[in-house]
Every structure is written in C-alpha cells, then in structure tokens.
Write a protein that binds this ligand. Structure first.
Ligand code: NA7
Length: 540
C-alpha cells in the first residue's frame, strides 16, 4: 500500500466490537497501516458492556459468529444455540488473538473529536487520553446500541442506593442476594435480567411503562452430534443467512395468515411459539408485519399464552401489550420472564396507572406511594443507531458537524457515507439492515474493505457520496420502512430519546436485497461515490 506522509495511519477504526474487529482483520490483511481505538478495556463492544446477568444472544451463535475464516468457524465449538455474554466475549477475544490483532488496538481510548482537513484530505482524530491521530480514512464501528440511556426522572441524584444500567454493567457484578431490587424497562435487557434477579433478590419490583410481546427463546445446548451437523455445511449456512430478510438461518415466510384455516393457523402459531429465536418473526406468516389483521391474529394467540403463564389475571392483563403488535418494537425473547411474576417476592408496577413522581434517597415514589430499594437497575435502552456517531464530535469538510447534518434524521448513501464527510465510512449505523447484526455488518465491512483497496490501487485519496445518491438512498430507506407496521414508541424510530427526530433509523429492505444492491454498486465502479485523486475527479 502507498506510503503517506504526515499520516499516523491510513485507516483508523473506532470500536472494537464484532464489526470493528472484522474491519481490522480485513484492513490488516490488505496491508494497510491500521489502528483501532476502543473505549473499553477489552474487546467485545456490545458484548463487553452488556455483561448483566442473563445477557444472551437471540441470533443462533454459529450464524452470529464470523464466517470469513474456515478454521475459526470449525475450531470454535459453541456450547449453546444462543450463547450467553461470557461465551461471546471469549469468542471475540479468541478471534483477536488468533489473527494477532491485539497490538493494533488501543484500549481505554474514546474518540471525542474528528475534524476533516479539506486540503489534505485527512481526518484529525482526538481522544480522551490526549492521543491525537491523523488518518486518511476513518471507519466507525461504534454499534447501534452503545450509548446507554437513563431517563431523567426527578430526584435521580437524590437516590443513595446502588444503581446500574444494563448496557454499562460493572465487571464485578452486584450481589442481589437478600436485596430489594427495582428494574425499569421491559425491553430485551429487562426481559433477560428479571428472571436472574428474581432468583436471588429478597424482593424484585419491575417498573413497566410499556408491556412487550415476550416469546420464548427456546435455547438448547448443542450436542456433539448437533455440532457435527452444523459443521457439515458452513458455507451453505452462510449463503442461507445472506439470502434471507433478517440474515438468519430461518426461511422467510411465504404463506399469508388467512390462507390457512383457523386450526391450521393455530397449529402454525404453536410451532412458532416453540421455534428457536427469530424464527417466530421471520418464518411466521408473510403478512405478519404488513397487515394489521394478520398481526392482531398472532397477538390474540400470544395473549392467551401470557394469560396461561401468569397466575394472577390482573397482572397478566398488565403484561399484555395494548398499544402495539408483535414485531412492531424489537421483540424480546427470554426464558422464565412471565413466570417470574408468579413468585411471591416479585411484583409489577404499571407506570401507566401509577407514574413515577420522583426518586427519593431510599427508593422510588409513584402516585401510589414510596417503595424502598437497595439496588435500581436501568434496563431503559440506548440512544440507538445514531447516538454514538452524533456524540463523537465529527466535523466534515465545510465545518458542519454530523450531529447537525442529521438533525432531522440520518442522511446517508447506503448507510455508509454522508456527503460533506469525505473518507468517513460508517459500518453498522443508520440505514443499515437489522436482524442478525453481524450478517448485516459483514456486507459493510466487505464493501468498505474492497473499496479501500480499490482506491489505494488507483492513488485516490478522497471518497465521498454524490449528493444525489445520498438523497435517493435516504428517500429509499424511508420508503422501504413505510409498509412495515411499527410502534409509535420504539428505538427503531428514535422516539425513546426525548428531543430526538422521529425517523425510521434502520433499513427495512432486507439483508439479502441490501447485499445485492451494494454488490451492484461495486460492479458499476462504485457508482454514487465521488472518487478523487488529489483535486481531480477520476470516476463516479
Ligand atoms: P429497549 O428495547 O429500548 O427497552 C427499554 C425499556 O425501557 C422499554 O421497556 C422502555 O419502555 C423502558 N423505559 C424507557 N424509559 C423509561 C422510563 N422513563 N420509565 C420506565 N421505563 C422506561 O432497550 P433494551 O436494552 O431492553 O434492548 C435494546 C436492544 O438490545 C434490543 O432491542 C435488542 O436489539 C438488544 P417504553 O417501551 O419506551 O415505554
């Protein structure tokens, strides 16, 4: 690769999660001078910070892990269909060591500013350690769920007990034994942590604002025979994941809800209830997410299940969502969530009936009175998708910040670049497909790594999207979301963060279609990107 003067590194990657590590591997293999900056003390990203009890995948482990290296695939034997956080963290550390990437990572180093030099076509990146680096290309792999959000409830600073956010969990996990614990939030994190805390705590009170359609994850350990079967055709498994809407191994549904008789439908729903992970969303009926009537039919079935699982009918009714259908928010999957409410020391506070008045020194006061707690757990989500990027102090070629540029919602070409921010690539950010995240971000990593090799071979030192291409892709991203049934409150649309623009943040066109699209863009000489050698435009 070319020698560049006044540059500390050719490629600087921000974020050492599953995507950043993959990007580092590809960049290093291509021979670039590359460095990765990571805020944590270890690798893992989401799987480093979310180390709360019960944190677990709901994508099948072997379809979530890397496919790019045959030996890595075959030598790492996953113990469960849906691995728990510690196994994921071990796996990512294993990958880093196997490919000798650790020395290329600077840990405990958070990016706080990135300013583009329009004359030199370089980024100057500053960090909270005082380290400043000049780089030709800046690649962010900061994750879509990496900025924890704690609601600004009155009196939070008065509360004297312990408090933790699931997305920023201490390495020394708190001891819940004999403690009075409150949990806020009933998303995936709340649903995973509640049964774990219920096991140990003296009392557990769940503060629920919105009930969620929680379905069983149906996890299992993987037997040696099961593993041999998975190993027989890893390439086929990879192809399957890349050819489905959500990047999973589960076939996309083809039948419509009301093509089946009532009995057939019941049997099908029962199969879905007992199916692993996201099969119950993607292999359900094809009209589940576009027809309200179809969605209502599945929700009626799920409501019956909740009523059967929860002993107290009044509690069961509170746990049944009334304001959105299945899949319209990210559906949590768990084990023993509803059952936890049958335990005598576990109770539910419905914040719609009795809202929080304030936190006090010793607990939480709602309109129903005060309860005292030793520990409060915030499972209250993240400033999702754009949060990490708009906080990074990114300033483009004319001084505009990315935060301002995206004030009314993200604007991107292919989710990868925004005009005015040359040489900045976002891998796994807004307008990126969702579902089985690594299957979505591997497309980004492959595309960006290929593009960087392409430009390096041609002496091109500036890559940015054509404004028309950005406009068309942004419009397309919003159009693709239009037919999909979505809850009005969800991180999908940014509504969980006060003041955030309400825009559909991810790309609803499907992992398979997205991959086809970017392959076509590359085959057409990276159409939509303006590639510049010094001051002169050479292609685009
Ligand atoms: P989520 O899915 O964003 O869930 C956050 C939860 O916190 C949700 O139930 C919220 O209720 C609740 N919340 C937020 N603010 C409040 C206040 N002020 N009071 C009470 N409850 C509140 O985050 P998770 O960490 O569970 O999951 C994030 C992703 O990780 C998940 O989608 C998977 O991809 C993995 P609301 O529904 O907004 O009323």
């Amino acid at each position: 690769m070319s020698e560049l003067s006044a540059v500390d590194t050719e490629i600087l990657i921000v974020g050492g999660g599953i995507t950043g590590i993959h990007m580092l591997y590809r960049a290093k293999k291509a021979g670039f001078a590359v460095r990765l900056l990571e805020a944590g003390t270890g690798v893992g990203g989401t799987w480093f910070w979310n180390r709360y009890p019960g944190a677990r995948l709901d994508s099948e482990s072997y379809t979530y892990g890397y496919f790019f290296d045959k030996e890595l695939r075959e030598k790492w034997e996953w113990s469960e269909q849906f691995a728990a956080q510690p196994e994921l963290e071990r796996y990512l550390n294993h990958a880093v060591d196997r490919f000798q990437l650790r020395d290329d990572i600077t840990f405990s180093c958070r990016v706080i500013g990135a300013v583009f030099d329009d004359d030199e076509n370089l980024w100057t990146v500053s960090t909270d350690t005082g380290l400043t680096l000049r780089t030709r290309f800046l690649v962010t792999a900061t994750g879509i769920l990496s900025v924890p959000y704690i609601p600004d409830l009155p009196g939070r600073e008065d509360y004297r007990g312990e408090q933790y956010h699931t997305g920023d969990w201490p390495s020394e996990s708190p001891d819940f034994r004999g403690k009075r614990v409150a949990v806020f939030g009933a998303g995936s994190s709340g649903v995973q942590i509640v049964p774990e805390i219920a096991r140990d705590a003296a009392t557990l009170t769940v503060y629920q604002r919105t009930a969620n359609w929680v379905t069983p994850l149906n996890n299992q350990s993987i037997s040696p025979e099961g593993w041999r079967e998975i190993m027989t055709d890893f390439d086929g498994l990879h192809r399957t994941c890349q050819s489905t809407y959500g990047g999973f191994r589960h076939a996309d549904a083809t039948q419509a809800t009301f093509d089946h008789s009532e009995q057939e439908r019941r049997d099908h729903y029962e199969r879905m209830w007992n199916a692993p992970g996201f099969m119950k969303l993607f292999s359900n009926y094809a009209d589940l997410m576009v027809s309200q009537e179809a969605n209502d039919a599945f929700c009626a079935f799920l409501s019956e299940k909740i009523r059967a699982l929860v002993d107290d009918p009044a509690t069961a009714e509170k746990l049944i969502p009334k304001d959105h259908g299945f899949g319209m928010k990210r559906p949590p999957m768990g084990a023993g969530y509803f059952e936890a409410f049958n335990l005598p020391h576990v109770s539910l506070v419905d914040l719609r009936e009795t809202p929080v008045v304030k936190l006090t020194e010793s607990g939480i006061e709602t309109t129903d009175g005060e309860r005292e707690f030793d520990i409060v757990v915030w499972a209250t989500g993240f400033d999702a998708v754009t949060g990490a990027l708009t906080r990074m102090g990114i300033q483009g070629s004319d001084g505009t910040t990315l935060k301002d540029f995206w004030e009314d919602g993200p604007r991107t070409y292919l989710g990868l670049q925004s005009p005015g921010f040359p040489n900045l690539f976002i891998v796994g950010g807004p307008h990126s497909t969702f579902g089985n995240i690594p299957r979505s971000t591997e497309t980004h990593v492959d595309f960006v790594a290929d593009l960087l090799e392409y430009v390096a071979e041609r002496g091109i030192n500036r890559v940015e999207p054509e404004p028309d291409a950005e406009e068309a892709w942004t419009a397309h991203a919003y159009e693709a979301a239009a037919p999909v049934l979505t809850a009005s409150t969800s991180w999908y649309v940014g509504s969980n963060i006060p003041g955030k623009a309400r825009r559909f943040l991810v790309y609803a066109g499907g992992v398979h279609n997205y991959r086809e699209k970017v392959e076509q863009v590359a085959a057409n000489g990276y159409e939509g990107f303006r590639l510049t050698e010094h001051a002169e435009v050479v292609t685009g």
